[in-house]
Design a protein around this ligand. Structure first.
Ligand code: PEP
Ligand code: MG
Length: 588
């Protein structure tokens, strides 16, 4: 009998295969003491293991930069720096010298203290640091105890498996690229955790934050997982497996078909032009975006250049990263979102204070305006990159025109300071992802050149449902009737104000979601490259005027299914379920 697990979709794609538990476990270090004359030798052993671990981490950093990307490599730079943490070193040495503990016991104890201090906060912002500390623990202890590093590849069956981790640390995550890993499931972690960033770069479907129920999953159990929706079917029934195979065959066919269509315009059956742009997390993602024929970048999440970093990327490093993306899309342009840090994404270099409610806290534009040096550097890098193509700047988490005004002032200063060499005009826009912004479009519009609807955060703030809480995943529905009304009001007010509005939230990656939005009048969507083939197929099959009629007829509803049902029926009519396209949509 099949059953479901729910987590947070962290890297899109679907997979079917057996579950395989993997971990890098180092056994607990038993308590013992050493003779006083061994102290010097144990200090020496600790120093040697630490310096060996640093070398090894730097080697992994170099390999990761080469094989996956420079940004992913930087994750290990942060780990190498953690090994030099004075608190860690002094604490370990004092356990050796004063408590006569052997190096491995002293190090493990000190690390345990640091870990439990962080874990005590039970805070999403601490999770990455915990994963990094775990990596460091395993590496140093493995050296001191003469244990081998784990080899995930050796455990994998020839046809691959869906790997199941309690916690996926970056060291294990980077091992995965070259092996037949069908998918990843983790009990902990968030969409922004280091290992999720790596999984996305490697194109491995992933669901994170599943919670303690993942422990009930027997090894070898067949699973079907969906890294976009966060759903995992355990022990699927025959029809579910058949439907999966149909969808895989058709995805491949669809991709082939759409590769032929990539250069032709995207329009609905009744000739309404739809623009499909790409959401990028890293400069390297531009390649995938070009492959699927994206018409520019509608959202470049620049914060992925800084999360997990110990050092602030300077203006030149940022400029190079932005320039690469801008040059990949010289005609259509790049919408560069300023750092959306805070929430579940935080850079180590800021040593941000732990907050009770980080999603309601010091986040995004609030951080940038409070740290003008950081913000100015980013704006300078963006304006310089604009000389190589077309750049628009997008501000996240805005709730008031004052935030735009203050940014505009800073932007003007930056442009003026660039020796007058800057000729490019840089449009400024805001995310509509808070109820406050949505309610005051008439007040914001005079200050901006464009708007971008962020359905992910708008859903979180409108429904009061934490987007990172796996327990509430069923309540987190961007097609709740309240949100449907909000999308409608936004489309109308943007039209009244004469300001362009696109959509960059994940709702546009859902066939029913994008149909609803087309019905409400939206025409520009930005989505992750892997979702392009599917959504392009939907766009080509639907008629905008049919969808408008459906949206206009939908006045009342009590639950998301009331909104979805008519659109799903329509899609079944015009597309059919010939390729499992609708499988991922659950409408009760
Ligand atoms: C959103 O909130 O909808 C959005 C696109 O931004 P992010 O997912 O990066 O918060
Ligand atoms: Mg957002």
């Amino acid at each position: 009998m099949s059953w479901m697990l729910h987590g947070i979709g962290a890297s899109p794609g679907r997979a079917l295969g057996p579950a395989l538990r993997a971990a890098w476990d180092v056994p607990g270090v038993p308590h013992r003491t050493i003779a006083a004359d061994r102290v010097g030798a144990e200090v020496e052993r600790f120093e040697q293991a630490r310096s060996w671990a640093r070398q090894r981490i730097l080697q992994i950093q170099a390999e990761t930069s080469e094989r996956i990307g420079v940004v992913e490599g930087k994750i290990f730079e942060a780990q190498a720096l953690m090994l030099d943490d004075p608190d860690l070193i002094a604490g370990t040495l004092s356990y050796i010298r004063e408590n006569f503990l052997p190096a491995e016991r002293a190090f493990d104890w000190r690390l345990l203290e640091i870990r439990s201090r962080l874990a005590d906060t039970a805070h999403v912002m601490a999770l990455d640091r915990l994963a990094d500390l775990r990596d460091i623990r395993q590496r140093v202890l493995s050296r001191l105890l003469r244990l081998e590093e784990p080899d995930v590849a050796a455990q994998l069956p020839p046809d691959g498996a869906i790997l199941v981790f309690e916690e996926l640390t970056p060291s294990l995550a980077v091992q995965l690229g070259s092996h037949p890993v069908l998918g990843l499931l983790t009990a902990t972690g968030s969409r922004a955790s280091h290992s999720a960033v790596i999984a996305r770069s490697l194109g491995i479907p992933s669901v994170v934050g599943i919670g303690p129920r993942l422990a009930d999953l027997p090894d070898g159990q067949t699973l079907i997982m969906n890294g976009a929706t966060g759903r995992v079917i355990v022990d699927p029934a025959e029809p579910e497996i058949e439907s999966f195979h149909r969808s895989v065959i058709h995805t491949a066919e669809r991709e082939r078909r759409l590769a032929e269509l990539a250069s032709s315009p995207t329009q609905t059956r009744d000739g309404e032009r739809i623009v499909l742009q790409a959401n990028l997390d890293q400069p390297d993602d531009a390649t995938a975006a070009l492959r699927v024929g994206a018409e520019g970048v509608g959202l470049f999440r620049s914060e992925f250049l800084v999360i997990g970093r110990r050092t602030i990327p300077d203006e030149d490093e940022q400029y190079e990263a932005y320039r690469r993306v801008v040059e990949a899309f010289p005609e259509q342009g790049v919408t560069l979102r300023t750092f959306d840090i805070g929430g579940d994404k935080f850079p180590i270099f800021l040593s941000m204070p732990m907050e009770e409610n980080p999603y309601l806290g010091w986040r995004a534009i609030r951080v940038c305006l409070d740290l003008p040096d950081l913000f100015r550097n980013q704006l300078r890098a963006a304006v310089r990159a604009a000389d190589h193509g077309f750049v628009r700047i997008l501000l996240p988490f805005v709730v008031s025109p004052d935030e735009i005004r203050r940014t505009r002032e800073m932007l003007d200063e930056v442009v003026a300071s660039l020796d007058g060499g800057q000729t490019a005009e840089v449009p400024l826009g805001v995310m509509i992802e808070t109820p406050a912004a949505l309610e005051t479009v008439d007040r914001l519009a005079p200050h901006v050149d464009f708007l971008s609807l962020g359905t992910n955060d708008l859903t979180q703030y409108a429904l009061a449902v934490d987007r990172g809480n796996a327990r509430l995943v069923d309540m987190f529905d961007a097609l709740h009737p309240a949100l449907f009304r909000m999308y409608r009001r936004l489309a109308r007010s943007a039209q009244e104000e004469g300001v362009e509005v696109g959509v960059c939230g994940d709702l546009a990656e859902d066939p029913v979601g994008v149909s609803v939005l087309i019905g409400l009048g939206y025409r520009t969507f930005s989505l992750a490259p892997p979702s392009h083939p599917e959504i392009k197929e939907v766009v080509l099959a639907v008629s905008a005027s049919d969808l408008r009629t459906l949206a206009n007829e939908l006045e009342n509803g009590d639950r998301p299914s009331d909104i979805k049902r008519p659109f799903r029926r329509y899609l079944e009519e015009v597309i059919g379920d010939r390729d499992g396209l609708l499988d991922r949509l659950s409408v009760e």
